[in-house]
Design a protein around this ligand. Structure first.
Ligand code: 2HG
Ligand code: ZN
Length: 458
């Protein structure tokens, strides 16, 4: 009660919520599988309020969970232990744009899609894109270094962050890099905060660089019968065309999307896998050559090419709607990555594990395979409870993650570690690295108030 009164003093005008429905709403993300038990949600509008909140939290041992669009898939924004959730919903302004620098200044709560539209209105492009861009917030994207569907050409969120303003767990406000292209003045703290999952402080504002407006795009969906051929196809296309995207998905993933009725199959012939390829429309001829070559080598069996933006969008829906279409199956999510050159061996490793451990379960394969990133979703059968099912998947993880470790890969390519993957972090980071990460946390957040329990256990 005392805490709530103190919070009400900082966040006047009803910006503290404690109703159970609000706690559940703001205290969870798209994982939906963790217990949610925060004590309050607050809605800052200014940086000085966050500084005051950090001070209060340090004095009263309050734990703070930064919260954006809550579209995360690893429990990074879940509040399950009496925390105060700090929602950025009211810090959602774009406040600066400089066409010479091509930099937008915005608050952390700006919705990703709004930033994309803002760029397009100025003839420019914010190229980080994914299915949840209509509700995810830029601060959350930065906190997980979000990737998405155009990484093969444009890179990750990290590549577009030119400056960051953060409030650390010590209550200091720091402005990192300030939009500079060149800045050789020692440690670039901006990059520590990118991907830090809210464990070092609050990302409150960002300076985001924009790309030149893209050329019109063309999309192909191709049928592939063998897993191995997906990589052959990637190389074949890359020899002829600069790709904007190279995605893949399995027949089960396609069935899950088309069952919902809003998009038809790309062609009637069912294939084991499908590749979605996107490139500049003026490279049509080169793409046709790549397609012919792939047909000759039996790497593809059939394909379609978009003839309009509407068709391109429909083909994209086949890939982008997968995550939502399988949500009702309570999937256990794996977000794995290896170097591109390791992908063929890695896919066969994963295939072995799936056949050995999940012969009785539906396994949905898809992902950004052009970046070496596989989203392997195991679907929960009705016969198992969520706990039984997750326990079974967790038991198999060490074997799967050992293979990732041997190939020098990552147990979380783009979704983050959060609560879901924290016990498996040592498969991707050495003891020495984790020790240093903990040391950095101690420096930026000596009282342990910032998103405790995420990334590593406390
Ligand atoms: C995607 O690529 C998202 O669609 C979600 O990263 C992946 O649901 C998933 O596992
Ligand atoms: Zn993804």
């Amino acid at each position: 009660m005392e805490n709530i009164e103190a919070l009400n003093e900082i966040f006047s005008r009803g910006r503290v919520k404690t109703d159970q429905a609000d706690l559940i709403h703001w205290g969870t993300d798209w994982t939906r599988s963790f217990e949610v038990a925060p004590q309050a949600v607050v809605f800052p509008e200014r940086i000085d309020e966050l500084v005051a909140l950090v001070k209060l939290a340090r004095e009263h041992s309050l734990k703070l969970v930064p919260s954006g669009g809550r579209t995360g898939l690893s429990g990074g924004a879940v509040a399950s232990n009496d925390e105060v959730i700090v929602s950025f919903d009211r810090m959602n302004q774009i406040h600066a744009f400089n066409p010479t620098d091509r930099i937008v200044g915005c608050q952390a709560g700006v919705i990703t899609q709004r930033l994309q539209e803002y760029a397009i209105e100025r003839g420019l492009f914010y190229p980080v894109d994914f299915a949840s861009s209509g509700s995810s917030q830029i601060g959350g994207n930065i906190a997980t270094n979000a990737g998405g569907i155009k990484v093969i050409r444009y890179g990750l969120t990290r590549d577009w962050v030119a400056g960051l303003t953060v409030v650390t767990g010590t209550g200091d406000i720091i402005r990192c890099n300030r939009g500079l292209v060149k800045n050789a003045t020692g440690y670039d703290l901006r990059h520590l905060f990118i991907g830090s999952e809210g464990t070092l402080g609050f990302i409150v504002e960002a300076e985001i660089r924009l790309a030149p407006g893209p050329k019109p795009q063309r999309v192909m969906v191709l049928g592939v019968n063998e897993l191995d051929d997906i990589l052959n196809l990637l190389q074949c296309f890359q020899q002829h065309v600069v790709l904007t995207a190279f995605e893949f998905f399995s027949e089960l993933a396609l069935q899950k999307v088309t069952e919902k009725g809003s998009v038809p199959r790309p062609f009637s012939e069912p294939c084991a896998f499908y590749a979605l390829v996107e490139f500049d429309a003026d490279a049509d001829e080169e793409a046709a050559i790549a397609f012919e070559e792939a047909l000759d080598r039996n790497w593809v069996t059939t394909g379609v090419i978009s003839q309009s933006d509407a068709q391109a969008a429909a083909l994209w829906s086949l890939r982008e709607n997968i995550s939502e279409s399988i949500a009702a199956d309570t999937p256990y999510k794996n977000d794995l990555s290896v170097r591109i050159s390791e992908v063929p061996g890695f896919l066969s490793d994963v295939d072995g594990i799936v056949n050995k451990h999940y012969p009785d379960l539906d396994v949905c394969w898809y992902g950004h395979i052009g970046d070496g990133n596989l989203h392997l979703n195991i679907l929960k059968p009705e016969s198992l409870t969520i706990d039984e099912f997750f326990e079974r998947c967790h038991r198999i993880n060490p074997e799967l993650f050992s293979l990732i470790e041997q190939r020098g890969g990552s147990i979380s390519a783009e979704h983050g570690v959060g609560l879901l993957k924290r016990e498996f972090l040592p498969f991707s980071r050495s003891d020495a690295e984790i020790g240093l990460m903990r040391g950095l946390k101690e420096v930026f957040d000596p009282s342990g108030i910032m998103n405790p329990g995420k990334l590593f256990s406390v």
